[in-house]
Ligand binder design. Structure first.
Ligand SMILES: [Zn+2]
Length: 380
């Protein structure tokens, strides 16, 4: 059945927007704003939303969206599983004194999950982790952490990077979901989940709902127990090899902070996602809110783009994501950054390749500020 990208507005009390996130329609929600949602739906789902009393405005047929944005040029600018591995290997081979390539686990289709350990010392108390591409279609979320790794290596003998790498480590895993990413190159550009075969015949668990803090406590469109849904949480916490690899890394290395990139919407999200209540510890909340606001200011200072700092659940409720788990389990600052663009009409998940560089440029000072916050802390 043809599918559409549609903007949904509430027409009144009979059909409040928030309620739409809780109905079990299997919707693929792309964008959540105070006055509208953007989602991908087949025509029957769209008709049903209209019948429920929502205002459904078709922005584009999914096919025409793909032919507008998923061009050869848009593909050429981004890493593949293979070119990423080559580039990570090259960075490590060319700079053995400061970089080490580590396999942190294997995906469900047995692809290696790669991370760079950047730093002169091992076993330092100062460590930070940066990750990308939990969600296959969010290609820009590979490029920003990859470029950050490259930048750290290129500036290893310049302050402040030099001191950070002398006293600490930065771990960068740019592609947590390589199977899904490969699928977006070969088959379906808009694939989101991993490639788990579910018992009901559907495919995929959402890796960013599979972490083990408050896992599974919600059952809504944005955090679903229905295997065929885009946000399927999996049969149990850490059921997936990709999230187990991240869990094992974080459990072993005791990071002082974790930054994970996604797209799109231009947001800086801090815990909690599973509840609308704030982080209970006021000092932690102040630290994370302050850092998120600093990052927002630093990003805006580069090209004038607004990335809104907010609690994750203000976007939509999610249980079992990386950011809640890192803070909930380890009590250290953790953020999800939703990269460019701001809207579906600017490409949504398919960011034009000529925006990779400016997107990285504007995120660089914010990422460095986060690294500095963790790596410059006094010895514990
Ligand atoms: Zn994502």
């Amino acid at each position: 059945m043809p599918s559409v990208i549609a903007r949904i507005r509430s027409t009144g009390a009979r059909a409040p927007l928030a309620q739409l996130l809780t109905v079990p329609l299997g919707l693929d929600v792309w964008e959540v704003r105070p006055d509208h949602l953007v989602l991908q739906a087949d025509e029957a789902q769209a008709a049903r939303l209209q019948a429920m009393g929502y205002d459904v405005e078709q922005l584009q047929m999914t096919d025409s969206y793909l032919s507008d944005f998923a061009t050869a040029r848009a593909v050429a600018g981004y890493h593949t599983v293979q070119t990423l591995e080559e580039d990570l290997r090259r960075l490590a081979d060319d700079n053995p004194e400061v970089v080490e390539l580590r396999e942190i686990g294997r995906s469900i289709e047995n692809r290696p999950l790669w991370a760079l350990r950047i730093g002169e010392r091992r076993g330092s108390a100062h460590k930070v982790a940066v990750m990308g591409c939990h969600h296959a279609r969010e290609w820009i979320s590979v490029e920003v952490p990859y470029r950050l790794a490259e930048y750290l290596v290129d500036n290893a003998s310049t302050e402040p990077v030099q001191s950070w790498l002398q006293r600490g480590e930065v771990w960068v895993a740019p592609m947590v979901n390589p199977d899904g990413h490969e699928h977006t190159r070969a088959q379906n550009r808009l694939w989101r989940k991993n490639r788990r075969r579910n018992p009901d015949g559907s495919i995929g668990v959402d890796p960013n709902r599979n972490y083990g803090y408050m896992w599974g406590v919600l059952n809504v469109n944005t955090s679903s127990h229905v295997p065929s849904d885009e946000t399927y949480v999996g049969p149990r916490a850490f059921s997936e090899p990709e999230t187990r690899a991240v869990r094992n890394l974080v459990a072993r290395e005791f990071f002082g902070g974790v930054l994970t990139y996604h797209s799109y919407s231009q947001l800086i999200l801090y815990p909690w996602g599973y509840t609308s209540g704030p982080v209970e510890d006021e000092s932690d909340l102040g630290t994370m809110r302050g850092l998120a606001e600093d990052m927002q200011r630093l990003i805006r200072g580069v090209h004038g783009e607004t990335y809104t700092a907010q609690q994750a659940s203000e976007l939509y409720p999610t249980a079992g994501d990386t950011t809640d788990w890192v803070y909930g389990e380890y009590g250290v600052p953790s953020f999800t950054v939703e990269l460019r663009p701001a809207t579906a009409l600017e490409g949504g998940f398919i960011l034009p390749a000529d925006q990779i560089e400016p997107c990285w440029e504007e995120n660089r000072p914010a990422a460095l500020a986060f690294l500095g916050n963790v790596l410059d802390r006094p010895e514990p």
